[in-house]
Write a protein of this length. Structure first.
Ligand SMILES: CC(C)(COP(=O)(O)OP(=O)(O)OC[C@H]1O[C@@H](n2cnc3c(N)ncnc32)[C@H](O)[C@@H]1OP(=O)(O)O)[C@@H](O)C(=O)NCCC(=O)NCCS
Length: 198
């Protein structure tokens, strides 16, 4: 039986792999960008670097990490740290594109634009999450259990709201969050945000 456990140092390569294999609206994003590593350096690795205490993984029967949930408990503070400390190290490797010619340009421009208050959701729902499971673990209740595990940890720390932003085309995710009590929030074109008061 797989099990949920706290994130441990050393899990990072498995998390990066899961992120890549689920990043294309829930499906495998391998080869979409010139460098597959871009996804993880934006959507999962900064979270475990900054907040390992709010990261949990699902370990499969054979000990492999096959799913995760990561979280920034204070989105405003996290986005400032991302902009000031985390992302600048990639400036030479992945320079800011002047134009948005393709999806990679759009994702890199998003990373360069991240900063406190760039998105409004953190005002009412201070924490935000990312959750991804490899296909072998999907549809068996692990997503629900990971969210419940994170919500307990956030409540213990007195955090009163949680949000996330999904791609509008990720139909699985958009069906999943309302089943757990998240409510849809007004969102930009191409994405759907959800919030939950804790
Ligand atoms: C989206 C994801 C996290 C859901 O986790 P999961 O373990 O598959 O979902 P669960 O089995 O815990 O399902 C919980 C509830 O959501 C519903 N649900 C989950 N996936 C669904 C889907 N694809 N379509 C319809 N309903 C779905 C389940 O029916 C269940 O409802 P119920 O408990 O009321 O019966 C997981 O499938 C996943 O990682 N997908 C790929 C990556 C991804 O899209 N991540 C989210 C990016 S925003």
């Amino acid at each position: 039986m797989p099990r949920i456990r706290p994130f441990q140092r050393g899990d990072e390569p498995a998390l990066a792999d899961i992120c890549l294999r689920t990043a294309d609206e829930g499906g495998d994003a391998t080869g979409i960008f010139d460098d597959d590593e871009i996804w993880a350096q934006i959507f999962v690795l900064p979270y475990v670097a900054r907040h390992p205490e709010f990261a949990f993984v699902v370990e499969a029967d054979d000990g492999r990490v096959a799913g995760y949930i990561v979280c920034a408990p204070d989105t405003r503070a996290f986005e400032d740290w991302f902009a000031g400390e985390w992302w600048p190290r990639f400036a030479e490797r992945w320079p800011r594109p002047d134009l948005e010619r393709n999806r990679q340009d759009g994702t890199l421009r998003y990373a360069y634009a991240r900063r406190a208050g760039a998105e409004p959701y953190g005002d009412d729902y201070p924490a935000h999450l990312h959750i991804d499971l490899l296909p072998e673990l999907q549809g068996q209740g692990w997503g629900r259990r990971l969210v419940e595990t994170l919500v307990s940890a956030l409540r213990e720390h007195g955090i009163h709201g949680l949000h996330l932003v999904a791609s509008a085309g990720n139909t699985g995710a958009i069906a999943f969050y309302p089943r757990l009590g998240f409510v849809p929030l007004p969102s930009h074109e191409g994405v759907q945000a959800f919030g939950m008061t804790l």
